[in-house]
Ligand binder design. Structure first.
Ligand code: FNR
Length: 339
């Protein structure tokens, strides 16, 4: 049941497949005879220096993968000098994760019908030293994840949520769906970004933007970054693979704010392709959870290190010694199409 929850996507899982295939439709254009003795993958995101442009996406319920849960993930990300985005549906409280290690962390938020709860969680994140709010905007309702429905998936208690008293028992279907539909605010709209800005001084990144139109609105709304994402294909099936639309989003924001991407990043070559199309960094979801399930924090560290190693090798073989040198001319799309 838990494996299905971590692995699965929505409905036909067409987008889940596309998230991988989208990367496979892009080929590399390596350049030769360039000095690649020293490869520097470091980058800067919202003023924070990172060892590489690979960060940990927010994924829920880590204790279903390993008893140490998000604390193990956070420590592993810190040991790699990466950023962890802590999910709202964490099985450790944000205070526990914050005090477990010294690292840069962002907090992922959904906006709840009860705005007082939202506000108190944002304030707690701010007090605990989280450096940004990642507002997920692709989940006015939960996508139809048929494996969870069939399994009558029971999510564990959401640690950050004791203020909400919602009956999350569900006789038919997944209780995650019941929980989300009871608590998330489906009326959330662009004007609410101003409200969120009024209750926090932290920079806000919007996660789940997939079009140039929305990217322009995000810039107008004054957010500090965009994450091109289809929620790991768990929300709207037949939404495009993020890698196939990242360039459209990057062009729409014309360098006003950083654009990140997640969904289907499994190889260093995938990271390279995302950067070539203009992404500032990528986030990884399932590989982190699977590493955690296999070997706890060591497994997470291994996943990040493997991707770092692959990116470093890709950069060397493609003739790029810094991430700034990775440009649009280093990729070609099959048949000139990304989609
Ligand atoms: C997610 N994702 C997610 N996103 C979010 O904003 N809040 C959340 O609580 C969760 N929870 C969650 C649980 C699980 C098990 C998965 C697999 C994903 C989506 C996540 O942040 C990210 O967008 C995708 O996981 C990226 O795709 P890959 O790397 O899993 O292909």
């Amino acid at each position: 049941m838990y494996y299905d929850y971590f692995k699965g996507g929505a409905e036909d899982q067409y987008s889940l497949d596309e998230n991988i295939k989208g990367f496979q439709r892009i080929m590399l254009r390596p350049r030769v005879l360039l000095d690649v003795k020293n490869i520097n993958m470091s980058t800067n995101l919202l003023g924070y220096d990172l060892h590489s442009p690979i960060i940990v996406a927010p994924t829920g319920s880590h204790k279903l993968a390993h008893p140490e849960g998000e604390i193990a993930t956070a420590r592993a990300a810190a040991s790699c000098n990466s950023i962890m985005v802590l999910s709202f549906s964490s099985t450790c409280t944000l205070e526990e994760v914050a005090s477990s290690c010294n690292a840069i962390r962002f907090f992922q938020l959904y906006v709840y019908r009860r705005r007082d709860v939202t506000e108190s969680i944002v304030k707690r994140a701010e007090r605990s030293g989280f450096k940004a709010i990642v507002l997920t905007v692709d989940t006015p309702r939960l996508g139809r994840r048929e494996a969870d429905i069939k399994n009558k998936m029971i999510i564990p208690k959401v640690a950050n949520y004791e203020l909400l008293s919602v009956d999350i028992n569900s006789k038919d279907g997944s209780n995650l769906e019941a929980f989300a539909d009871e608590t998330f605010d489906p009326s959330l709209s662009w004007k609410d970004i101003q409200w969120l800005k009024s209750i926090t001084a932290l920079p806000i990144l919007l996660k789940g933007v997939l079009t140039g139109e929305d990217a322009r609105k995000a810039v107008e709304a004054g957010v500090s970054g965009i994450i091109v994402s289809n929620h790991g294909a768990r929300q709207l099936d037949y939404s495009p693979a993020p890698i196939s639309v990242v360039e459209e989003v990057v062009q729409a924001v014309s360098e006003a704010i950083p654009v990140l991407l997640d969904g289907g990043v499994r190889r260093g070559t995938d990271v390279f392709k995302a950067l070539a199309l203009g992404a500032k960094a990528v986030m990884i979801g399932r590989p982190v959870v699977f590493g955690l399930a296999a070997q706890g924090g060591n497994g997470v560290r291994k996943v990040i290190e493997m991707l770092n190693g692959e990116l470093e090798l890709t950069m060397a073989l493609a003739g790029c010694s810094t991430v700034k040198e990775i440009t649009r001319s280093h990729v070609q799309t099959l048949g000139g199409r990304l989609r």
